[in-house]
Write a protein that binds this ligand. Sequence first.
Ligand code: G4P
Length: 527
Amino acid sequence: MQPRKTFAIISHPDAGKTTLTEKLLLYGGAIRLAGTVKGRKAQKHAVSDWMEIEKQRGISVTSSVLQFDYDGFRINILDTPGHQDFSEDTYRTLMAADSAVMLIDAAKGVEEQTKKLFKVCKQRQIPVFTFVNKLDRYAKNPFELMEEIEQTLGIRTYPMNWPVGTDGAYKGIYIRDKAQIELFEDCAVHGQQKLPSTIGSAKDPMFKEALGEEIYNNLCEDIDLLDVAGEEFSKERVDKGDLSPLFFGSALTNFGVRLFLEEFLRLAPPPAARVSDNGTIDPEDETFSAFVFKIQANMNPAHRDRLAFMRICSGKFTKGMSVYNPQLGKSLKLAQPQQFLAQERAIVEEAYPGDVIGLFDPGVLRIGDTLCEEGKSFRFSDFPVFPPEQFARVQAKDTMKRKQFLKGMNELAQEGAVQIFKQYDDFIESYVVGAVGTLQFEVLEYRLKNEYGVDILMNHLSYTVARWITCEENELKALKNSDSILLIKDHFDRPVVLANNEWQLKWVMERNKEIEFSPVPQNAQAI
Ligand code: G4P
């Protein structure tokens, strides 16, 4: 069994996640020519563009899994959608990763979505590797970027390499632990193939000559400064998610990609142990266990299939094996497992801890389900709850379709596509739907129409904060009559308050001091 590296790339849209993924496949030998995974402009859709809606919008809605072998390692890249309107799916995918690569646009620095995703990584204490991308054009000063990462995300960085040259016209990288310089050649292949380069000791006079005295001396000064004033490298701190190894490069031109891949594979952690209600489950444990972190329906419109993605945590998976699902209290057979590379689906014969497989599922599995070997019964800790920030009221356009509408809403909520709520005294059979990104609403609308044959009316609501409340019946009554908030209940009938903003929520809280307000249901862990 090869050692596994299972990770996700987190970034703000347009930072270059698709491009970097593709270049990792190129340098990892999984593809011969870059540009084959994602056709640029003309057919702008990525490998994971399974659903029609993704193709229409040219974006990736749901996470995919790419697997390839390189240098003795089996690499699993969990693709997290990088669209502005990202969803709970993106967060959940991070639950299945052992480390994350944080991609930052060198000109833009740390952006909004990166902050949100980083927060999840920080809470899970997984190692985060930073790749500062787009160094082939104007970039912020590298020291400034380090400062920004520290200030906005609260994590220290350790530069593994350093850009060589003048801002916007970098010529290569300095490899710190080897005191080497790698100079890249101008290349006409537009990053489709590996980039030719010259590597050697930084002391070699050839580099001084090639770079010119000024650039060379500036590099030496920068490196001295890093050595004296920078962080010390500590693998222990990297493992705890306390120090982030920092790389500079350009995914488009392939600048720095090889070094990044090699160093990442050297430093990234192996599959981690997971906490269950029966103690810690080690990847070395011989009995099989896995958890479902994502359900995706209709990946192939011709077959109306539904795939449940699971991460293997211990033991060995073999095709057709029987496992026990403690949540359902039932055994099931894991047939037709799938793994993904580009558009091809391969049938998996066996898989090991760290691997992710997709299984055809007739609708029995749920997000967060544990699967364990027959004869065992334990559950991995619950997934954290991601408090919704966007809300809409939905109802069926045609009241004759009521039954299909209720079925669709409940099934899609169980799948984790959206969170659903009911208003008290609702006479028109509508739902309030909560999401972390507006794209989830579009997916809901599309899927209700295509999978359940129901057209819906959707009104976006102006609320942005939700709080689960604990209170007496009479206090609840008083809140029901309040104009400034909306009182609803979740699908377990727990009361929830929606407010327009934090300020308004505070106002309500101050007037209802005896009521307990919580961003997530009781006993759930929030991000
Ligand atoms: P994403 O998945 O994170 O959203 O980003 P994606 O890889 O699609 O890249 C977004 C844009 O940034 C693309 O340009 C891509 O070519 C460009 N890009 C990625 N890496 C680099 C880099 O290292 N340097 C430079 N200069 N650009 C980079 P686009 O114009 O939106 O698309 P296209 O014309 O390339 O298709």
